[in-house]
Design a protein around this ligand. Structure first.
Ligand SMILES: Cc1ncc(COP(=O)(O)O)c(C=O)c1O
Length: 389
């Protein structure tokens, strides 16, 4: 583009999403009246629980509608500090906690605060699409690190600490961990996390641990890597996935105070505080323990049933799908449909009228991600359509 608004190198550097084509085709088909089932969404299909919504309404009535401290209201930071202690065994004082507009902003603030041009960030692959893009926007260099290949329906996508260490160079600054992970659903066991923590300490690296799916685990042990190397870990979390609060935009981070202070300074010059009403909603989620636990347990049990239904159905159809231990995604080997996952995604859409996300942008060639944050009846229908295909 030329003229007064020529785009910056930064804007131009954003990788066009390979999956946009599939998404826009899905919208086009839907507009044309086709009955498309979306298996591509990354959010719970539940509404935010009533006690949280009520707290937000009350906050509005009470006039809690003004600017708050950039780092978040003190009550919420205290509740987060207490949550980290109670649920994760992490000891972050309230001034070592920052509240942001979504976990996404927390991660972006962290990369902006920690990376200089050329700094390398190790990212186990398959990864959430935004990590490499955010690292690059912050001037860093994303370095994908392969995880283990699934060999049975029960394993795969696990950390290979030797692979991680092999990629450490003098420019390496950070390791990103995401357990339970998007798009794999993999949960990293405590011994692997301890090994990464040891690596970080030995090589003087930081760990950015994105634990946003921590409550969605199905039997596996979920441990915070920060318990093994507190000084080397920044822990990211948020309200979106656990409490069905994606639209409220509340995320948070706990970590070494200087890092949190730098993240706050950056946020003060960009978006300031996260929404005041959203913060009071999150406060209810974190302090009304009984009501929140009831919701989380119910959602977890439902996701688990849906996972089992989808995974066994896909494997029975000859589409190899490892059983993820967490989150609400499965990553299916679609090479039998087509060796190229974009083509496989297109086939699923055009011929089965099922929209899923090709693994291209996730660093998962030959695979397609299905989200099972949808009803069991819908999953049955998806499997019926795939069987026809
Ligand atoms: C792995 C992971 N981290 C972070 C986020 C960010 O969520 P939010 O910004 O809604 O808190 C997402 C959302 O899809 C995610 O999948």
């Amino acid at each position: 583009m030329t003229g007064p608004f020529s785009l910056s190198a930064r804007a131009l550097s954003l990788k066009p999403s390979a999956t946009v084509a599939v998404t826009s085709r899905a919208l086009e088909l839907r507009r044309a009246g086709e009955d498309i089932i979306s298996m591509s969404v990354g959010e719970p299909d539940y509404d935010t629980p009533p006690h949280i919504r009520e707290a937000a309404v009350q906050a509005i009535r009470d006039g809690r509608t003004r600017y708050t401290p950039v780092s978040g209201v003190p009550e919420l930071r205290e509740a987060i500090s207490e949550k980290f202690r109670r649920e994760n065994g992490l000891h972050y004082a309230p001034d070592a906690v920052t509240v942001n507009s979504g976990g996404k902003q927390a991660i972006f603030n962290a990369f902006l605060a920690l990376l200089n041009p050329g700094d390398e960030v190790l990212i186990p692959a398959p990864y959430w699409v935004s990590y490499p893009e955010m690292v690059a926007l912050a001037g860093g260099v994303p370095v994908p690190v392969p995880t283990t290949t699934p060999t049975t329906p029960d394993n795969g996508f696990q950390l290979d600490v030797q692979e991680l260490e092999r990629r450490v160079t003098p420019r390496t600054r950070l390791i990103v961990l995401n357990s339970p992970g998007n798009p794999t659903g993999a949960v990293f066991p405590p011994e692997a996390l301890r090994a990464v923590a040891d690596l970080a300490v030995r090589r003087g690296l930081g760990i950015v641990s994105d634990e946003i799916y921590e409550h969605l685990v199905y039997g596996a042990e979920q441990v915070s890597v920060g318990t093994f190397a507190p000084e080397h870990t920044l822990t990211i979390n948020g309200a979106s996935k656990a409490y069905a609060m994606t639209g409220w935009r509340i995320g948070y981070a706990g970590g070494p105070k200087e890092v949190i202070a730098a993240m706050n300074a950056l946020q003060s010059q960009s978006t300031s505080n996260a929404s005041s009403v959203g913060q009071y909603a999150a406060l209810a989620a974190l302090t009304d323990h009984a009501a929140t636990a009831r919701f989380v347990q119910g959602a977890r049990a439902a996701y688990r049933e849906r996972r089992d239904l989808l995974v066994s159905g896909l494997n029975a159809l000859g589409l190899p799908t490892p059983t993820p231990q967490g989150a609400f995604y499965v990553l299916t080997d679609t090479t039998r449909l087509h060796p190229d996952e974009l083509e496989a995604g297109r086939l699923l859409l055009e011929r089965a009228r099922v929209a899923a996300v090709p693994g291209t942008d996730f660093g998962a060639p030959g695979r397609v991600r299905f989200s099972y944050a949808t009803s069991a009846a819908t999953l049955q229908e998806v499997l019926r359509r795939l069987a026809e295909l």
